[in-house]
Write a protein that binds this ligand. Structure first.
Ligand code: ZN
Length: 295
């Protein structure tokens, strides 16, 4: 079977109430990148955070963190652009990437493209109410075409994200237009708990996503569950030839015992993939699978 690409999603906007091992500072994120690489992850996704866990949008944070990650291992770097909090026009939103690309030591390998728009308010399932009512993750077609153009210009791999089937349809349209480079990879977003923005993190939620992956296109998929336990679905993903994006940014994974680190979650997926007959892709193999330049 095809080798599996494992991506570590180490912090997102997660707090430390349930698991104190969520990394915030550049030092903590850099340490996690090495541990996750050693455990078998070939892609690393992180968000800038302040020492108290607030979102950190200063490009300097990203430059320092990426340079540190690159010194520790060859893991492929997939930073966020902090879209929701930024707002602003396309050029402003892509500015951090433009800065990263000015120095080989701070270059990421991927730039994200969430190919559509969605309400991302927080749901309180205990009290059946929203705790926010005005959060829209807005990505106009014009903005996305700008991102596609700039990622191509820089030779970055486009990291596509689909929150629901309408996103996947726009990805297919972009493929027909030639603005997305194949082979492409799409992160199929499932959400549970306090987020209702993606498909449910159930077999049916995943099936609804994968059913609409265009079969005549070279589009690989990886699965995540924001605010839900992806380990309930990883066996299905592994058996269906998908890839896995997982970490403490999405869910504390206390089911693994104690308070696991990101690398413990990665190790669990590696063990499961191997036990089901799928080898884990190294960084070089991941580059090859995704049609990226060799290091
Ligand atoms: Zn993220």
């Amino acid at each position: 079977m095809n080798k599996i690409i494992i991506e570590a999603r180490v912090n997102e906007l997660a707090g430390r109430e349930e698991n104190p091992n969520v990394p915030f500072t550049p030092e903590e994120i850099i340490r996690d990148s090495k541990e996750c690489y050693d455990a078998g992850a070939s892609v690393f996704h992180f968000h800038g955070r302040t020492p108290t866990g607030e979102p950190e949008h200063d490009p300097a944070f990203y430059l320092e963190t990426i340079a540190g990650i690159r010194e520790q291992s060859p893991i492929l770097i997939n930073p966020t652009l902090g879209y929701v909090a930024h707002g602003g026009d396309a050029k402003e939103r892509f500015e951090a990437v433009e800065q990263m690309m000015q120095n080989p030591a701070t270059e990421p390998h991927f730039a994200p493209m969430d190919v559509g728009s969605v309400n991302v308010d927080w749901w309180d399932p205990e009290n059946n109410t929203y705790t926010s009512t005005d959060l829209v993750y807005e990505n106009s077609t014009e903005t996305l075409l700008y991102f596609a153009d700039r990622t191509k210009h820089h030779g970055l791999k486009q990291y596509l994200v689909s929150w629901n089937i309408s996103f996947t349809r726009q990805i297919e349209a972009f493929m027909k237009m030639g603005v997305i480079t194949e082979p492409a990879i799409v992160l199929l977003c499932m959400t549970d708990g306090t987020s209702l923005s993606g498909h449910p993190g159930t077999p049916e939620g995943l099936d609804a996503h994968t059913t609409f992956i265009p079969k005549d296109r070279n589009l690989l998929w990886t699965a995540m569950n924001y605010k839900g336990n992806l380990l309930l679905l990883t066996e299905k993903v592994i058996k269906e030839g998908g890839h896995i994006s997982i970490g403490l940014g999405d869910y504390p994974y206390l089911e693994l015992g104690g308070t696991p680190r990101n690398a413990d979650v990665i190790a669990k997926v590696v063990e499961q993939a191997r036990s089901l007959g799928r080898d884990v892709a190294t960084v070089e193999e991941t580059r090859e699978i995704l049609g990226m330049k060799a290091a």
